[in-house]
Design a protein around this ligand. Structure first.
Ligand SMILES: Nc1ncnc2c1ncn2[C@@H]1O[C@H](COP(=O)(O)OP(=O)(O)OP(=O)(O)O)[C@@H](O)[C@H]1O
Ligand SMILES: [Mg+2]
Length: 392
């Protein structure tokens, strides 16, 4: 069994053409969302989906919608489908999320909000992005919105002292006035347990994704393997499925472990690689700007190392890469790539996003009287990142 295409095993954006099992959840999604659209009725609504990481939430929802998308578009005039993963936002903030939704609806621009005609999208700090969405919804469009990894937004806003649940409140409330159906997806159990009543009562539909069993994991591997390897070896698939069924029960982990098992030929080595190479999967799922910023940090780190070796006064040497150093390297990389660099403020927001994923450390450090504080960046798993960055 040799790998011919690694994407089905490692890349979350690769959607398997077939859904294995999940009959109950598929039926619920079909009955509550797909069928009404296909019947030409499209009542607004709200759904909350939860389940452990790797239980197929994102995949099943996206696959189901994409399978029926063309038929729905034929039945429902002005139908729009927007999928947003908060993992891919520069910052998992409410504002950033509305900005991202608007950016998928740019074909409705220009819009008029607060009496102003807006022809292009910006990162406004006030509620402009939400107002733009409302204006567009007001044109009798029918929007199916999926907000994935909602727990990241809630956590981020809570940390900033706001109520993270505001987003769920706002979106679930929009359906009273507009034709919008929102699906929230989360893998955090606590999120639904701590949900305020006024939010909970606005979300009438709830789907739970239970843990995968050994036979589910085996079937998922068998189906996925068809697209990833030259010849399927059932014993190897069963071995990997058993390992995962005894540990995380995550379909994502099962696919990864299979990948490392096939590349190392040893289950122990495969497990050892799982931890390290989790970083690689994180990198694969980053957006273009995030990848550029990681590259810039590595470039700035290398420069710092060189500087440390040079015979110059100590005060010119630093122990860490500052956000300014990294920004300079980022602008250089953008120039080489012919890309317009983002502003420093956006750059900082991207740094915060990468910190959130756990790829970098990013903290403000006080550097002395009169000099204030600067952003200090540290890289987790530096050696691995350096090796991987070449492939990006
Ligand atoms: N029923 C299934 N059939 C085929 N493939 C599946 C199935 N369930 C999961 N997978 C595969 O497993 C991977 C992980 O699933 P998915 O991304 O949907 O997990 P998740 O529940 O959204 O996890 P998280 O909460 O971490 O985002 C996906 O790449 C998907 O292709
Ligand atoms: Mg997911």
């Amino acid at each position: 069994m040799k790998i011919v295409n690694y994407a089905p095993l490692l890349n979350d954006d690769w959607l398997c053409p077939e859904i294995v099992d999940r009959e109950k959840q598929r039926k619920e999604l079909y009955e509550c969302i797909i069928k009404p659209y296909l019947d030409g009725n499209h009542p607004p609504g709200c759904m909350y989906i939860t389940g452990m990481s790797g239980s197929g939430k994102t995949f099943v929802v996206r696959r189901m919608i994409e399978n029926y998308l063309n038929d729905i578009k034929k039945r429902v005039p002005k139908f729009e489908y927007v999928y947003i993963s908060s993992k891919k936002l520069q910052t998992p903030s409410i504002n950033s999320l509305f900005h991202s939704i608007d950016s998928c609806l740019l074909h409705y621009f220009p819009v008029t909000v607060y009496g102003r005609k807006i022809t292009y999208l910006k990162h406004w700090r006030d509620g402009t992005c939400l107002e733009i969405l409302k204006e567009i919804l007001g044109r009798e469009i029918c929007l199916l919105l999926v907000v994935d990894e909602i727990d990241r937004v809630v956590k981020y806003e809570n940390k900033k002292g706001n109520s993270g649940y505001d987003l769920m409140y706002l979106l679930s409330d929009l359906r009273n006035e507009y034709n919008i159906f929102t699906i929230f997806i989360s893998n955090n159990r606590e999120l639904s347990e701590n949900m305020p009543l006024e939010v909970k009562s606005r979300i009438p539909l709830f789907i739970n994704f239970s843990l995968y069993s050994l036979s589910d994991l085996y079937s998922i591997l068998k189906t996925t393997a068809k697209y990833a390897v030259d010849e399927v070896d059932d014993d190897a698939l069963l071995k990997v499925a058993k390992e995962i069924a005894e540990t995380t029960c995550s379909a994502r982990d099962a696919k990864r472990l299979l990948y490392y098992y096939l590349t190392t030929n040893s289950i122990e080595e495969a497990w050892a690689k799982m931890d390290i190479n989790g970083v690689k999967d994180d990198l694969l799922n980053l957006n273009h700007q995030q990848k550029l910023v990681i590259k810039a940090i590595i470039v700035a780190e290398r420069y710092l190392e060189k500087l440390k070796k040079r015979n110059i006064p100590k005060r010119y040497k630093k122990d860490f890469v500052s956000s300014r150093d990294a920004y300079k390297a980022y602008c250089e990389l953008c120039k080489i790539g012919g890309i317009e660099p983002r502003a420093m403020r956006t750059f900082r927001a991207i740094l915060n996003g990468l910190k959130d994923i756990g790829l970098i450390q990013y903290n403000r450090i006080y550097v002395g009287k009169g000099r204030g504080s600067i952003g200090a960046i540290g890289v987790e798993n530096k050696d691995i990142l350096e090796g991987l960055i070449k492939d990006l």
